[in-house]
Design a binder for this molecule. Sequence first.
Ligand SMILES: N[C@@H](CCC(=O)N[C@@H](CS)C(=O)NCC(=O)O)C(=O)O
Length: 202
Amino acid sequence: MLKIYGSVNSRAMRVLWMAAELDLPYEHKDWLPRAPETKAPDFRALNANGRVPTIDDDGFVLSESMAINLYLAKKHKSALYPADAKNEALALQWSLWETDRLDRQIVDYQRHVSQLPAAERNPEVADKAWGECVAAFDVLEDALKKSQWLAGGNFSVADLNVASALYRALTVDLGKWPKAQAWLKTSWERPAAKKVRAMREK
Ligand SMILES: N[C@@H](CCC(=O)N[C@@H](CS)C(=O)NCC(=O)O)C(=O)O
């Protein structure tokens, strides 16, 4: 059976969303980042980085949330996986783009604006991160002006990978980017998204 390592309070949320979309049975190793279990030799043998998410799919071990979701959607022949090479390439493009342009930036922004204890917040880190988020939201907005979805005519793994990584942006004012705001809202209204959101916010 598929094993998913990582708490919903981590980037494993993205994989749990995909598993819900595909209605996959799985064993959940509900571990927070840096939990003692992630430091144990058994887990380090699966992911030498010690990070979550990681999956073990009947012996096939994979890390990196974006790669895991692309793999699961393709393996299960989901409609979320683009059927043609161009949209498949766009799904890769947007997944890699998110990792490069937004992933760490949105985390840094939120941590240094509200999440960390006040004494640990650094306004310079928050400002720099927000500047990078703004540039990325501009790019996303332009893309969504041209097309309702990121890779083809329907919601796909491209949208799931970017929208799931933008969980933290749900509480940010995105009024300057109306297309991105509407796309994010619609994406998170999917039943599978609501399911993982409820897991995280319970
Ligand atoms: N690029 C990786 C990032 C994975 C990652 O950094 N996970 C965090 C939790 S959200 C973690 O396990 N951190 C533990 C650490 O930094 O030691 C992915 O998307 O899967």
